[in-house]
Design a protein around this ligand. Structure first.
Ligand SMILES: *Cc1c(COP(=O)(O)O)cnc(C)c1O
Length: 219
């Protein structure tokens, strides 16, 4: 199946209001252009350098999402153009994004990453840390970042009940947060293996790579 066919099949399964982020990490520009020509405009990358290079080389109406774990010293390279940062998991990182956004005279939309998986290898805040971040004076004084919602990754397991439980937990944190921050609208959860469950549990944004572009070959 071609990238175009994969995209059409996935899009036909997505309810209205669910945004598809085509995760193009490790994939060449030719693959991205194939998806672009099929109408896809939102792409996700997990390495800043790679995203910058693709941004320079590819059409300028592409929206680039940073979906991976982000180091503070890399924020400056993407501050000019990044459309959404999914993996914000500390006040320090948010401060750096705010600072770099200010240099470019813009507001960078961000998602706070929550830790919902059982593995402790996955990054993210717990509910207490989320609360602390949002209540901090430092956060309240930031003018160049905007929190648009939450992101999370479920445990890598074939146990569907476990995945569903974790997504449901994230959705409930999201609903609680929406009462305090009515402006938030994005709940980024679901990848190739689990997006159907994520959508049933209330996802509004899915990040899908291998089901569109095929399996990745890491060097
Ligand atoms: C790679 C990646 C994805 C996409 O994974 P697939 O299983 O290929 O769909 C989604 N989210 C994040 C954070 C990723 O790093």
């Amino acid at each position: 199946m071609s990238i175009k066919d994969n995209l059409h099949n996935i899009k036909s399964e997505l309810p209205e209001g669910v945004t598809l982020v085509a995760v193009s990490k490790t994939k060449p520009n030719g693959d991205i252009l194939e998806a672009y020509e099929a109408g896809q405009r939102v792409f996700g990358e997990n390495k800043v350098q790679e995203m910058v290079q693709k941004w320079e080389e590819l059409p300028k109406d592409i929206e680039w999402h940073m979906i991976g774990h982000l180091q503070r010293n890399k924020v400056k390279y993407m501050a000019e153009f990044v459309s959404l940062v999914h993996g914000v998991d500390s006040l320090k990182l948010l401060k750096e994004i705010d600072k770099q956004a200010e240099k470019h005279n813009r507001v960078i939309p961000c998602l706070l990453q929550m830790h919902i998986a059982e593995e402790d290898t996955k990054f993210g805040l717990d509910a207490t840390e989320l609360e602390e971040l949002l209540l901090s004076d430092e956060f309240k004084s930031m003018k160049n970042v905007e929190i648009k919602g939450l992101m999370g990754m479920a445990t890598f397991t074939s146990d569907e009940a476990q995945i569903r439980k974790e997504f449901a937990q994230l959705k409930s944190i999201f609903d609680g947060l929406q009462k305090k921050l009515p402006g938030i609208s994005i709940l980024s959860m679901g990848m190739s293996g689990d997006y159907a469950i994520a959508i049933e549990e209330g996802s509004t944004m899915v990040r899908i790579g291998s089901s569109i572009f095929g399996t990745r070959n890491y060097p």
